[in-house]
Write a protein that binds this ligand. Structure first.
Ligand SMILES: [Zn+2]
Length: 333
């Protein structure tokens, strides 16, 4: 038996999982707060090495059965070098050659990619996207991340920077974004955006419940479920923006499936209906006719599944190319 190990490093949480490569089945997984793991006191590769070895020991699984590790990070990576270039939500990883350093400690290949690309790969091979050749995955968490599968292939763009859907501009001269532009979708539909909105929705008495990072988004969702009008309106508005962004995306690329996920979507699944209504109203008829907009099937395990899939893929890639390797791993329609 051989295992592929997936690591999904999120801005808030890091998920570890071990997958049985023959059955494409996750045997065990674990979640840890990212701040707690990557404190900055120790090299990130040492932290990862320790997390993987401890996890395998706790699960009573043999470390030497791991054939490779697929790691997703919430930032821009150099895949060939296995290095994190920039990681705005987890600066401790900036410029770190994470794959090479971790591989040297573990003694197996370590592959690195953007975490939403891995979420996309996971949903495509093991989740809601099985058998679909053109799809987009959009995850609304702390930020807004996305990945694209076009004609059965993960689309990374000329410089590996494609699918930055969160930074498509939706409002002229809108809110300033961390990327330097104004009016990016992420500033209107994300945990960060909703937390800013929450400051305006709740009065001083209610606001004492805010506090932790992105606590405002959590409070909005909780109060919406109790029938708070302002909270419901704010969430509906955020997902209307998402629907408008998705309308542009489907008109441009004509995917057959959009998979929505991330903490905000999982905690407020009505957002999927709100966004779908907008797309079905606004998108071109030919594009929306066969389009499905669905919630993630793998949920919090999409990223680690994608990490494990990346390991399986890389083993075949050099021999037969990505498209053939994917088709072999999971035959399409
Ligand atoms: Zn931006």
């Amino acid at each position: 038996m051989s295992y592929a190990f997936g690591v999904d490093i999120g801005a808030t949480r890091t998920t570890l999982a071990v997958m049985d490569l023959r059955e494409h089945r996750i045997l065990a997984h674990q979640r840890v707060m990212s701040d707690y793991l990557f404190t900055g006191h120790r090299a990130p590769s040492a932290v990862l090495y320790e997390a993987v070895t401890r996890f395998m020991a706790e699960q009573d699984l043999e470390l030497d059965k791991i054939v490779g590790v697929g790691v997703g990070v919430p930032g821009v990576v150099d895949r060939a070098e296995g290095a994190v270039l920039t990681c705005p939500n987890l600066h401790v990883l900036d410029g770190v050659p994470l794959a090479a350093d971790t591989a040297a400690r573990l003694g197996v290949p370590v592959y690195l990619d953007n975490n939403t690309n891995l979420i996309c790969l996971g949903e495509y091979v093991c989740g809601a996207g099985r058998g679909v050749r053109d799809m987009a995955v959009v995850f609304v968490g702390s930020g807004l991340g996305s990945g694209l599968i076009l004609d059965g292939k993960l689309y990374e763009g000329a410089d590996g920077a494609a699918a930055e859907f969160g930074h498509t501009i939706i409002v002229a001269n809108g809110l300033p974004c961390t990327c330097g532009a104004h009016g990016c979708l992420e500033m209107y539909c994300s945990g960060k955006a909703l937390s800013a909105v929450a400051e305006k929705v709740f009065d001083a008495r209610e606001r004492f419940m805010l506090g932790s990072r992105f606590g405002g988004a959590r409070l909005l969702i909780e109060q919406a479920s109790f029938g708070h009008d302002g909270a419901n309106r704010a969430l509906e508005e955020a997902f209307t923006y998402l629907g408008l962004g998705l309308t542009s995306l489907v008109n441009l690329l004509n995917p057959r499936l959009i998979v929505l996920g991330g903490g905000i979507v999982f905690n407020w699944p009505r957002g999927v209906d709100v966004a779908r209504e907008v797309v079905m109203r606004e998108a071109l008829p030919q594009v929306r006719e066969k389009l499905r907009i669905e919630i993630s099937e793998l949920r919090d395990l999409a990223g680690v599944s994608g990490g494990a899939v990346l390991v399986a893929l890389q083993g075949r890639l050099e021999l037969i190319g990505q498209q053939e390797a994917l088709a072999e791993l999971w035959p399409c329609e």
